[in-house]
Design a protein around this ligand. Structure first.
Ligand SMILES: Nc1ncnc2c1ncn2[C@@H]1O[C@H](COP(=O)(O)OP(=O)(O)OP(=O)(O)O)[C@@H](O)[C@H]1O
Ligand SMILES: [Mg+2]
Length: 408
């Protein structure tokens, strides 16, 4: 009898929604999405958990729904992390290959990565990813995999991502309290980029911006690897707030109006179309033109785009994103987002949603699911090298026993 296919679960703990995505790994390594569960997120602010109990409830609700849909139960999840405590920077690790035959082994690779990790970071922060970009052997650069090559001195260039220790611990705490184990914690935009970017885009150079409710998460890929990451604590919630204040309407109404009529760019709307705006209290509804609405939205979108652009320029990657920018996350759904982005950045923009997956494609074909789906893809790809993972002890043991079971 054939073995049961492996099940992998992504848990996207976002500012507006907690989303569990269950994937089944087919024998040919393709992924079928077999379950999705969503719950409103009430315990986060700008990507960071501020209320444990509310977050636990949301996790339980999302996972319950996803398990029900998939007809299977889960115990282990890969979760996302975001927030402006996240820092990304590049580092080089150097080691000497002292063995007689000078042949570089997997162990040397791991040692070089450890060396790259040895940088000073604040005591209340910790490294969550070490993402190798290229290896250098005796100063020859551009080597993708050094194992088996010969050399005396090996170096690795890597992108390091750090997080506030407490933020990461709170994610683990919530998931455990909800009754699940954590297999790994993955930077939100790293997960999203796995789901929406093509290999070609990553090779040519591309910037991903995942614009959610609380944060805009940025990742820049050049020559296939991540070189820059950044979290801007602004997102769709700020736009909704602006609308609520500008149109003097309750927040929930502002959210509905935004999703239905919102436009990121004033120039693309005429002032003929009028929309109904419920007032606060029991005053009468009012009517405003869609252009007025766009005039409220545009400055906030412009702020997000300009701050991201400035950040990418300051980091030195503006000229390296030949494929342009891919936007994803729920806020990328607003009309005019790609056009306005192109105007500000002066490079091509496209909206990205999960690609190359099977199963419940109609449901996950939405930029708000990029992180949830991407967590699964990232977990599977990284499983092969499993170099940059921050497994909890318990999960590590489980992983190890699964590894033993599968091999022997
Ligand atoms: N059609 C739409 N037009 C405009 N905004 C939209 C639309 N659909 C969803 N949004 C916005 O997308 C945001 C939610 O996106 P998403 O689900 O990606 O966020 P999240 O993952 O919960 O948050 P974050 O990643 O910031 O922690 C909300 O602000 C919502 O208003
Ligand atoms: Mg998100």
């Amino acid at each position: 009898m054939g073995k049961r296919n492996r099940i992998v679960t992504g848990l996207d703990i976002g500012t507006t929604k907690v989303c569990a995505v269950i994937g089944e790994v087919l024998p040919d390594d393709r992924i079928d999405i077999v379950g999705i569960g969503n719950a409103a997120s009430k315990g986060l602010r700008k990507g960071v958990i501020i209320n444990i109990d509310n977050t636990v409830k949301s996790i339980q609700e999302a996972c319950k729904e996803a398990q029900h849909m998939a007809g299977t139960s889960i115990d282990l999840v890969y979760a996302s992390i975001a927030g402006d405590h996240i820092r990304g920077f590049n580092s080089r690790g150097v080691i000497a290959v002292s063995r007689k035959n000078r042949e570089i082994t997997q162990k040397d690779k791991a040692r070089a990565i450890e060396a790259a990790k040895a940088v000073a970071i604040p005591t209340d922060h910790e490294v969550i990813h070490v993402l190798p970009q290229e290896y250098l052997i005796d100063s020859h650069d551009g080597i993708k995999d050094p194992v088996g090559m010969k050399g005396v001195r090996m170096e690795v260039d890597a992108h390091i991502v750090t997080s506030a220790t407490t933020s990461r611990e709170n994610i683990i705490k919530c998931i455990k309290k909800a009754g699940f184990d954590v297999a790994g914690i993955i930077l939100e935009q790293l997960a999203s980029s796995e789901a929406v970017l093509s290999q070609d885009e990553k090779e040519l150079g591309v910037a991903l911006i995942d614009i959610g409710g609380g944060t805009a998460d940025v990742a820049v890929f050049v020559e296939g690897h991540i070189w820059h990451s950044y979290v801007l604590p602004l997102g769709g919630n700020n736009i909704t707030n602006d609308i609520a204040v500008g149109l003097k309407t309750p927040y929930m109404e502002a959210e509905k109006i935004k999703k239905r009529y919102g436009f990121a760019m004033t120039d693309m709307v005429t002032d003929e179309e009028m929309i109904k705006v419920p007032s606060r209290g029991n005053r009468k509804n009012r009517y405003v033109s869609r252009k007025i609405l766009a005039e409220i939205i545009e400055p906030r979108v412009e702020e997000v785009y300009r701050l991201v652009k400035e950040n990418i320029e300051n980091a030195g990657y503006a000229d390296l994103i030949s494929s342009g920018v891919v936007i994803t996350g729920g806020s990328s759904l607003m009309e005019g987002m790609t056009e306005f982005g192109e105007e500000i950045f002066g490079v091509p923009f496209r909206r990205g949603e999960p690609i190359d997956i099977g199963g419940l494609v109609d449901v996950v074909n939405n930029p708000a699911y990029s992180t949830g789906v991407g967590l699964i893809i990232y977990a599977l790809r990284k499983d092969e090298s499993s170099l940059d993972f921050n497994f909890t002890e318990e999960s590590y043991l489980k992983r190890f026993s699964r590894f033993m079971r599968e091999r022997f």
